[in-house]
Design a protein around this ligand. Structure first.
Ligand code: ATP
Length: 345
């Protein structure tokens, strides 16, 4: 039987997973194993930088997540310290909460809340899940709430992509943003440029090595929304160079038949994000005030948006990203092997 998501908001309480904590990086090599049991057989995910497993706090039996990042260069340590510092500032129900942090010399380990529902796009493509425009609104609203909070705290995420949006549970409709590994504190008085990100989601100013601002995240929010509604990736080329070139041209459209069923308000929402000039894009606050997302609160009123959307293209998209992730993981392992080889010489 098909499962329809509860479209009343919010589906459950947004209690924090634990009381806010003061995080100090623990450096005693024995402290991790004395306080936590990392369940290496219960892997939750893997990225370019870390492996994430379930873990249990010994004193409380609380189940959490542990992200282990291998430190090969002093720069790696600085980057994880930055991730921890950013997370200290981000106490919000839509953002992954940090519980503890360790540095044993070889690895840095971040203990965070467990977000048990898996990646949003994986959940959405499940045969039992009915995707409607209303459901997309509910997810996009929460994504914008998380981004808005980050931006009010002067943090830019810089790696907004579907893999970094997780469902809190396997049946509810709450989501959380994760992975602050590339996030930066933002000071309007300081010009910062970066040269990283995921080609399909990255904003033109990143590709052009121009100044980044909170608007840089908003471009990626627009790309995520476009994909969620249509299953199509607006700037995807045959290779990374072509994708990046498509991004800098910032040319895209709603010509595909997938958009036939999509409302004018949804299209207006995307149109106001995928704008080459960052200053002209909607902010996260503007998004929350946009009529499309405002309707998310009164979903019953928008009956036309209750039709099930085709997920054929979205499934293809998710399968392609899975492959890409697997290839990235192999490349990361190879790099690790190479650096161990060098260190052993
Ligand atoms: P990337 O290559 O995207 O930069 P990363 O190495 O920084 O990744 P994360 O994105 O933090 O690592 O985590 C990798 C994967 O592990 C996520 O995509 C997600 O599926 C899973 N994951 C991460 N944190 C949690 C958590 N707290 N609870 C459950 N699963 C998680």
């Amino acid at each position: 039987m098909s499962k329809k998501i509860d479209e009343t908001e919010p589906d459950q309480e947004d209690d924090p997973p634990f009381e806010p904590r003061t995080i100090v990086i623990r450096k005693d090599p024995k402290s991790l194993s004395s306080l936590y049991h990392i369940m290496e057989d219960k892997e939750l995910g893997r990225g370019k930088f870390g492996t994430v497993c379930k873990c249990k706090e010994k004193a409380t039996s609380r189940i959490l997540a542990a992200k282990t990042i291998n430190i090969k260069r002093p720069q790696d340590r600085k980057e994880v310290e930055n991730e921890i510092d950013v997370m200290r500032h981000l106490q919000h129900p839509r953002l992954l909460q940090l519980y503890d942090a360790f540095d044993d010399g070889t690895n840095m380990i971040l203990i965070t809340e467990l977000v048990a529902g898996g990646e949003l796009f994986e959940r959405v493509i499940d045969d039992e899940f009915i995707l409607t425009e209303n459901v997309c609104k509910i997810f996009m609203r929460q994504i914008c709430e998380g981004v808005e909070f980050m931006h009010t705290k002067s943090v830019i995420h810089l790696d907004m992509k579907p893999e970094n949006i997780l469902c809190v549970t396997q049946s509810g409709n709450r989501v959380k943003l994760i992975d602050f590994g590339l996030a930066r504190h933002y000071d309007p008085a300081v010009e910062v440029k970066v040269m990283f990100g995921t080609p399909e989601f990255v904003a033109p100013e990143v590709v052009n090595f121009e100044r980044i601002t909170p608007a840089t995240d908003m471009w990626s929010v627009g790309v995520i929304c476009y994909i969620l509604l249509s299953g199509l990736s607006p700037f995807m080329g045959d290779n990374d160079a072509e994708t990046l070139s498509n991004v800098t041209q910032a040319e895209w459209d709603f010509n595909d038949e997938s958009f036939d069923e999509i409302s004018a308000d949804a299209k207006d929402f995307i149109t106001k994000l995928l704008i080459k000039d960052p200053a002209k894009r909607m902010t996260a606050k503007d998004c929350l005030n946009h009529k499309w997302l405002k309707q998310a609160k009164t979903v019953a009123a928008a009956k036309d948006s209750n039709k099930a959307l085709s997920k054929v293209k979205l499934k293809r998209f998710v399968i392609r990203r899975r492959w890409q992730k697997a290839v990235n993981a192999i490349l990361a392992l190879r790099r690790m092997g190479a650096s161990i080889g060098v260190a052993g010489k």
